[in-house]
Design a protein around this ligand. Structure first.
Ligand code: GDP
Length: 206
């Protein structure tokens, strides 16, 4: 069997209340009490775990330490500079969190401009359809139609009329996009798999 690569450090970013803790719990397997030693190493807001993606093992160290309250720029900078990949979350029910995600994307670019660090823009809480404040595809809001569609150039211009907001933002900001529901456990693992796939693409293109 293939040996897993060395751990990938994946950092959860986003405004408070968007579902980062919920993501981390699903990753850690906390939702499944029978599976309590599923997580090989869990210390507070850090969890390391081996998962299988496309038949190949991968180790992810998931970091959920992002604190919007902190004005300690040094700490924020540390998270931004020490990650192999990011899940940049917003809530589809909270427009401000979507704008915050855009800001964080710009900050990320500033801290690691040269590295093609994989980022997936995650629109969480897609189960709360009636409270939606951030649009996606008008045709079928439940399907992440833009999932891994965009291999956009940095800051490629896209028409906001042609694309839905979450997708458009992902394209403009040069990252992938997925809608999830941590509450329904919908697409959460897909976002982790997507990160691993992107990291492997980057590895294989070296
Ligand atoms: P964090 O501040 O980013 O860590 O956000 P949390 O994970 O603590 O989530 C904030 C609140 O949103 C909690 O009450 C969660 O139960 C709830 N929540 C998280 N994800 C979802 C989701 O996908 N759907 C719904 N309906 N609620 C969610």
């Amino acid at each position: 069997p293939a040996e897993p690569e060395s751990p990938y450090r994946v950092v959860l970013l986003g405004a408070s209340g968007v579902g980062k803790t919920a993501f981390a719990s699903i990753f850690a397997g906390a939702a499944d009490s029978m599976d309590s030693d599923d997580c090989e190493l869990c210390v507070e807001e850090l969890c390391e775990k081996e998962i299988e993606v496309d038949g190949e093992p991968a180790i992810i160290t998931l970091v959920d330490m992002w604190d919007e309250q902190t004005d300690n720029e040094w700490t924020q900078e540390q998270y931004m500079q020490t990650a192999d990949a990011y899940l940049l979350l917003y809530s589809i029910t909270d427009r401000a969190s979507f704008l915050r995600a855009s800001e964080l994307r710009i900050t990320l670019r500033r801290f690691c401009p040269a590295r093609h660090t994989p980022i997936i823009l995650v629109g969480n809480k897609c189960d709360l359809v009636r409270r939606r404040e951030v649009l996606t595809s008008g045709k079928d809001p439940h399907t992440p139609v833009c999932l891994f569609l965009f291999e956009a150039q940095p800051f490629r211009c896209v028409s906001l009329c042609d694309l839905a907001e979450g997708c458009a933002c992902a394209a403009v900001f040069d990252c992938k996009f997925i809608e999830t529901s941590a509450a329904m456990q919908h697409n959460v693992w897909e976002s982790f798999y997507g990160i691993v796939r992107q990291l492997r693409l980057r590895r294989d293109s070296r």
